[in-house]
Design a protein around this ligand. Structure first.
Ligand SMILES: Cc1ncc(C[n+]2csc(CCOP(=O)(O)OP(=O)(O)O)c2C)c(N)n1
Ligand SMILES: [Mg+2]
Length: 368
C-alpha cells in the first residue's frame, strides 16, 4: 500500500486595516459603521489613559500591582462590541477595554488592583466573570457557562480570553477538548503577545501558529491581526454566529503585543530588545485606527484634544471614587466562604481583633 497523505491543514489569517493604513474594502465592507469606529477609538483611548494613570498610582504606592493593557486594547473591545450584552465575557487580566465597553466601571478595575476584592465582584448586568489571574482557569469556566446555557436551551454564548502562555496549561486542553466534543458554543480568543512574562512564545510552542492548537481538538481555527480592530470584529462575528447557529466552538489567535512590562512588578528590558518593542509601537491599534478615521475625515486634532479632556475628567473621577470608598472591615475576610465558620477560623478572626500582636484573643473558641 502506498503511503497516502490523509490530512492537510490550513490556517487562514485575517487582516483588514494594516499598520500602513491599507484597508481591505471587500472584507471590511459594512463591518463597523463610521459612528461606531469613532466610539471604539475613544474606548481604546480611555483604556490607554487609564493604563498610564494606574501605572503612576502603583509607582506612587497607591496601588498594589497592575498589568498594563497597552497595545492589546483592540482584541477584547472587538469581542465586547460584537457579542450580545448577556453573552458571557470570561476574561483574564488584560481585557479592561472589553469590560469597560460592557459597562464595568473603571473604579471596579482600579479597586481590584488596589487589593479590594469588591472591585472584582462583577454584577450580573455585565455578564463578565471576575478577572482571572491564575493562568488558564477561565477557559474552563467559559466552557462550563456556555454548556449550561446550551443545556437550558438558552441563546447565550461565552467568549473567553487568555494568553499564548495559557495554551501550555492543561486547563486549556481540557476546555478545548470538552468544548469541541460536546459542541459547546464558546469562542476561545488567545491573545498571542509573544511572551509569557519573560518566556518567549517560540520556546513553549514549536508549531508555527498558536491557532493550530485548536485544530487538534477538531474546532475551526483562525489567526487575525489582533491590533486591527476590524479583523478582530470580523473573526469574533463569524465565531459568534457559528456558536449561536451551530453550537460549535472556535479558536481565534489574535496576534498582538504588550507594549508595557508584564505587570508593574516586572522590568521587560531585562529580557526583550527595545528594537522589538519599537517595531510593535508602529503597529499600535490606536495609531492605525486614528489614521484610518483621519483619512475618512471622521477625526482631526481638535476632536482628539476634546476627547482627551473628556477622558482625563472621566479617569480622574474614577480614581477619586476608588480612593474614597470606605475600606471593608478586616473581618470580611472570614465572612463569605462558610455559612458557619469552623472553629480554627473563628479563632483566627477573633485573635486578629486584639489590636496587639503580643496579646491573646479576648474571645477564645473552645478547644484552642
Ligand atoms: C497557574 C499559574 N501559573 C503561573 C502563574 C504566574 N504567571 C502570571 S502571568 C504568567 C504568564 C502568562 O502568559 P500569557 O498566558 O502569555 O499571558 P500574557 O500575560 O502574556 O497576556 C504566569 C506564568 C499564574 N498566575 N498562574
Ligand atoms: Mg503572552
Amino acid at each position: 500500500m502506498p503511503i497516502k497523505s490523509i490530512l492537510k491543514l490550513e490556517i487562514e489569517r485575517v487582516s483588514i486595516l494594516d499598520e500602513h493604513g491599507n484597508y481591505d474594502e471587500k472584507l471590511g465592507a459594512g463591518l463597523i459603521p463610521d459612528a461606531d469606529i469613532v466610539k471604539l477609538y475613544e474606548a481604546m483611548s480611555s483604556c490607554r489613559y487609564l493604563d498610564e494613570v494606574a501605572f503612576k498610582l502603583q509607582r506612587s504606592g497607591r496601588m498594589g500591582t497592575y498589568p498594563q493593557n497597552m497595545g492589546q486594547e483592540a482584541t477584547s473591545l472587538a469581542a465586547a462590541y460584537v457579542l450580545n450584552q448577556d453573552d458571557w465575557l470570561v476574561t483574564c487580566y488584560r481585557e479592561n477595554c472589553g469590560l469597560f465597553w460592557r459597562g464595568v466601571p473603571m473604579e471596579a478595575i482600579l479597586l481590584h488592583w488596589m487589593g479590594d476584592e469588591r472591585g472584582n465582584a462583577m454584577p450580573r448586568p455585565h455578564f463578565a466573570t471576575p478577572i482571572a489571574v491564575p493562568i488558564g482557569t477561565q477557559m474552563l469556566h467559559a466552557t462550563g457557562l456556555a454548556w449550561a446555557s446550551k443545556y437550558r436551551g438558552e441563546k447565550q454564548i461565552a467568549c473567553t480570553f487568555f494568553g499564548d502562555g495559557a495554551t501550555s496549561e492543561g486547563d486549556f486542553h481540557e476546555a478545548a477538548n470538552f468544548a469541541a466534543n460536546l459542541d459547546i458554543p464558546v469562542v476561545f480568543c488567545c491573545q498571542n503577545n509573544f511572551w509569557a512574562i519573560s518566556v518567549p512564545g517560540k520556546i513553549q510552542c514549536s508549531a508555527p501558529t498558536v491557532a493550530q492548537r485548536g485544530i487538534a481538538y477538531g474546532m475551526p481555527c483562525i489567526q487575525v491581526d489582533g491590533n486591527d480592530i476590524f479583523a478582530c470584529v470580523y473573526a469574533v462575528k463569524e465565531a459568534a454566529e457559528r456558536a449561536r447557529k451551530e453550537s460549535r466552538p472556535t479558536f481565534i489567535e489574535m496576534v498582538t503585543y504588550r507594549l508595557g512590562d508584564h505587570t508593574t512588578a516586572d522590568d521587560a528590558r531585562r529580557y526583550r530588545d527595545q528594537a522589538e518593542v519599537d517595531v510593535w509601537k508602529l503597529r499600535d491599534p490606536l495609531l492605525r485606527t486614528r489614521k484610518f478615521m483621519e483619512s475618512k475625515k471622521l477625526w482631526n486634532s481638535s476632536k482628539e484634544d476634546a476627547m482627551r479632556q473628556r477622558i482625563e475628567i472621566a479617569v480622574n473621577a474614577a480614581v477619586a471614587r476608588s480612593e474614597q470608598i470606605v475600606a471593608p472591615e478586616v473581618s470580611d475576610v472570614f465572612n463569605y466562604t462558610f455559612a458557619e465558620l469552623p472553629d480554627d477560623l473563628a479563632h483566627q478572626r477573633d485573635s486578629m481583633q486584639t489590636h496587639s500582636l503580643a496579646s491573646e484573643a479576648t474571645v477564645r473558641t473552645e478547644g484552642h
